[in-house]
Design a protein around this ligand. Structure first.
Ligand code: 6PG
Length: 248
């Protein structure tokens, strides 16, 4: 599968491009009378995207009530903890846009991890309503990228403990030992659209290893994200793209 690589001079331009894409895609869903099931990325990179989406231009032009918000992963902390991916999204996006509570499907980091992985998997199934035995298919999954090639909370060399449905798993952040709940590769690879959002020089090496398909990247979870029936995109700023071959 070929990835669509989009390189922007600076993070602000990247953020605006993602916002324009969400406007287009959500309006299409709204006009077709459909929900738009969106998975938000965790970490710090997406903050700029969420802040742009909350600007008046997008606040007034995106059909927010048709968008349902999910997360690709969450740290096992309370929702008001400084590490919480939900908290960051609530502060930058959900509260400023007055998103309806029933449209917010957060991972409850305060719960017992194994129990929550199963509960969140159930919430996904109840909302996306896949055919029996089929994997739920998100409209768009936004992902970040770690310098070690992890994405969501799928870490190299780790064997996350999957819930019975195989949709969610409990993972451990290798440096901190922090427990995480994450979507599995299976869910990522069933999405209609998956977009990595990567900025900064520190990510240049790992981006190049993945997109140049270097041997080092073979064990990177991010390198194994290939939505077979969907599209794969990389939104990069110039700094994250510094080590890519000129061909991109
Ligand atoms: C998380 C993310 C994780 C993140 C990368 C990049 O919960 O931390 O899901 O996969 O996207 O670690 O993080 P930064 O954007 O902070 O570099």
């Amino acid at each position: 599968m070929t990835a669509d690589i989009k390189i922007f001079p600076e993070p602000a331009k990247l953020a605006e491009a993602v916002a324009v894409e969400l406007k287009k895609a959500s309006k299409q869903a709204h006009e077709a009378g459909r929900r738009f099931n969106l998975v938000l990325a965790g970490g710090s990179t997406p903050r700029a995207v969420y802040q742009v989406l909350a600007l008046p231009e997008f606040k007034s032009s995106i059909p927010w009530n048709c968008i349902h918000f999910f997360w690709g992963d969450e740290r096992c902390v309370p929702p008001d903890h400084e590490d919480s991916n939900y908290r960051m999204a609530r502060e930058t996006l959900l509260d400023p846009l007055n998103i309806l509570q029933e449209n917010i499907h957060r991972i409850r980091g305060e719960n017992d991890p194994e129990t929550e992985a199963a509960r969140y998997a159930g919430e996904i199934k109840n909302n996306l309503k896949p055919q029996s035995g089929k994997t739920p298919r998100f409209d768009w999954i936004l992902l970040g990228l770690g310098t070690d090639g992890h994405t969501a909370s799928l870490f190299p060399g780790a064997q996350p403990i999957e819930d019975r449905s195989g949709l969610c798993a409990v993972a451990i952040q290798p440096q901190s030992g922090q427990k995480r709940i994450t979507l599995t590769s299976r869910v990522l690879n069933h999405a209609k659209r998956v977009s990595f959002i990567v900025t900064g020089k520190s990510k240049g090496q790992v981006v190049a290893e993945i997109l140049n398909e270097s041997p080092a990247s073979q064990n990177y979870p991010a390198a194994r994200v290939h939505p077979g029936q969907g599209t794969l995109e990389w939104f990069l700023d110039a700094n994250a793209a510094t080590k890519l071959k000129e061909s991109y």
